[in-house]
Design a protein around this ligand. Structure first.
Ligand SMILES: Nc1ncnc2c1ncn2[C@@H]1O[C@H](COP(=O)(O)OP(=O)(O)OP(=O)(O)O)[C@@H](O)[C@H]1O
Length: 514
């Protein structure tokens, strides 16, 4: 066929459609319109193969309601023949094979005319069958003048359009998935947002600091011993910031094998390394608009520290395997129980990153520095334990509370939380209706208890008599034995070389048992 100027125009329109991201439906429609302009046909259909069924995605010259139909190739021999061939297929005008579009031509509103001339071409993308293009006309023999090359060129364009639209669709899906994931993280952050319990001056100051820095976008470095509540402080800070409606993305740098650390932080492209089977966003991208919480930052490998610094300085990240930079707007909160200044001196942490992170340092105090909050914290965790274990309200014997006040809490608030959970379980097992945590339930051996300081006045004026001192010593020995044998009175009696009844009597007299 000799291409006419109008026809050149049609090719151009298709090419422009392919190079833009116009909606899929529109691209398909433009394509079939252009084919009708170039070729002498009355009807064109572009069919997409979905799970073995041909589904019309664009029609020209055919009844519009056909768009909702589905065509099983096994029920339509002409379509089956088109799919079975890599070359354009022409059907003789007098073929016995029924045409799927008989009676559906739009120029025949009575739906009476049968299609006379018919041809079609299968569509392939990367050697994969993706659909079919069909051309129909009422005039017999009209396609005899159309050469295979022109039809094959249209088929290639149709296949490219199908691929283009599928690609755009999957990109949109990936974006939607990413947004859904970010939203999930926001929800999770809200659910896990605990309450910072305590009214001591130390905690009041901590709360003030959180409030002060929350309203800014400054990087915050939270330091403190393990279990002091650094993560809780980070969550509270995010919840009080203007990013509260966006994600708080948590990354524990200590649990990050060096080999995947970069991809976890910055994401990767498909094929960037073995196992990178698909494109994946990193934590930085997921936190875009929100907060990235890097826990245990002191454990981040040196090589990654340099990349993190660059991302913070430039506000741009690069997925592993990609040469494109992506702008991100992320507020960083980092936490560590290491002395980062010391790590810098030892050459294990970059000084420039350290200074960048500690724009606003917050030190979370150890529990022994705010023991005034202990009663309040106990109440809070006992209530939590009760609902977690599904038991009756759990009480705390004054002696047990006194022992908790004597302990020096190397594991801080987390240790208290776990200890009370364990003790609640033991107490509820012994007294299900009115569980009461007693000294032995705590499992604290006397050796771990710090000596209780005696008030000065008592020390001078109120020295214990011998009897009191002996009783105190007996009490201590019994408590130790009970703690060592997890509250088992018979085992404790054996360890103390007493019989069980004598131990009971003695314990009652000393106020250790009722
Ligand atoms: N003041 C507090 N009020 C209520 N709960 C607290 C408080 N401080 C800590 N907790 C609780 O103690 C547990 C440990 O806290 P968190 O995980 O925040 O500690 P961390 O300092 O981040 O520990 P690590 O350094 O080991 O990661 C959590 O369950 C937390 O909710």
């Amino acid at each position: 066929m000799t291409p006419a100027p109008l026809r050149d125009h049609a090719w151009l329109k298709i090419a422009v459609g392919l190079s833009t991201s116009m909606p899929g439906e529109l691209q398909f429609r433009r394509l079939v319109q252009a084919i009708c302009e170039v070729l002498p046909c009355d009807a064109v259909s572009l069919l997409q193969l979905r799970d073995g069924i041909l589904v019309p995605v664009a029609l020209q010259g055919l009844a519009p309601e056909l768009i909702g139909h589905q065509f099983r190739p096994s029920e339509h021999p002409r379509l089956a023949a088109i799919l079975a061939s890599r070359e354009p297929v022409r059907f003789p005008d007098d073929t016995d094979l029924p045409d799927p579009f008989d009676g559906w031509l739009a120029i025949d509103p009575e739906r009476r005319a049968d299609v006379h001339a018919c041809m079609g071409c299968s569509l392939y993308v990367d050697h994969q069958l993706v659909g079919a293009l069909t051309l129909d006309a009422l005039t017999p023999g009209v396609f005899d003048t159309v050469d295979d090359m022109t039809v094959a060129a249209f088929a290639a364009l149709a296949a490219a359009t199908l691929r283009n639209v599928a690609l755009l669709h999957s990109l949109e899906q990936a974006k939607a998935q990413q947004q859904a994931l970010a939203q999930e993280l926001v929800q999770e952050a809200r659910q896990r947002e605990g309450e910072l319990v305590g009214q001591s001056p130390v905690l009041q100051r901590l709360r003030q600091e959180i409030r002060l820095v929350a309203s800014t976008d400054l990087a915050v470095l939270i330091t403190g011993e393990t279990g002091t509540g650094k993560e809780l402080v980070a969550r509270t800070l995010h919840a009080q910031s203007r990013r509260a409606d966006q994600a708080l993305v948590h990354l524990n740098c200590a649990a990050l094998p060096e080999s995947i650390a970069e991809s976890e932080l910055f994401g990767h492209c498909k094929g960037a390394f073995t196992g990178a089977v698909s494109e994946r966003a990193g934590k930085f991208e997921l936190a875009d608009g929100g907060t990235l919480f890097l826990d245990e930052i002191g454990e981040l490998p040196l090589a990654l520290q340099a990349k993190l610094l660059r991302a913070l300085q430039q506000g741009e990240i690069q997925r592993v395997g990609s040469d494109k930079l992506k702008r991100v707007n992320v507020r960083l909160i980092a936490a560590t129980n290491r002395d980062l200044a010391q790590e810098v001196d030892a050459g294990r942490f970059r000084a420039d990153l350290y200074h960048r992170l500690k724009v606003y340092p917050i030190a979370v105090p150890p529990l022994r520095a705010h023991l005034e909050d202990l009663d309040h914290l106990c109440g809070y965790f006992l209530q939590q334990a009760r609902s977690r274990l599904g038991v009756a309200p759990v009480g705390l014997h004054p002696e047990a509370l006194a022992a908790l006040h004597q302990y020096d809490w190397p594991g801080n608030v987390r240790e208290l939380e776990h200890l009370l959970l364990r003790a609640s379980l033991k107490a509820a097992q012994q007294e299900p209706t009115r569980p009461l945590i007693r000294l032995p339930h705590l499992g604290l051996s006397a050796g771990t208890l710090a000596p209780q300081p005696m008030p000065d006045a008592q020390r001078v004026n109120n020295l214990p008599g011998l009897r009191d001192a002996v009783e105190q010593y007996q009490r201590q020995l019994i408590e130790q034995a009970l703690a060592r044998h997890e509250g088992n009175w018979s085992a404790a009696a054996r360890a103390l070389q007493l019989d069980r009844a004598n131990l009971n009597r003695l314990a009652k007299r000393l106020g250790l048992a009722s």
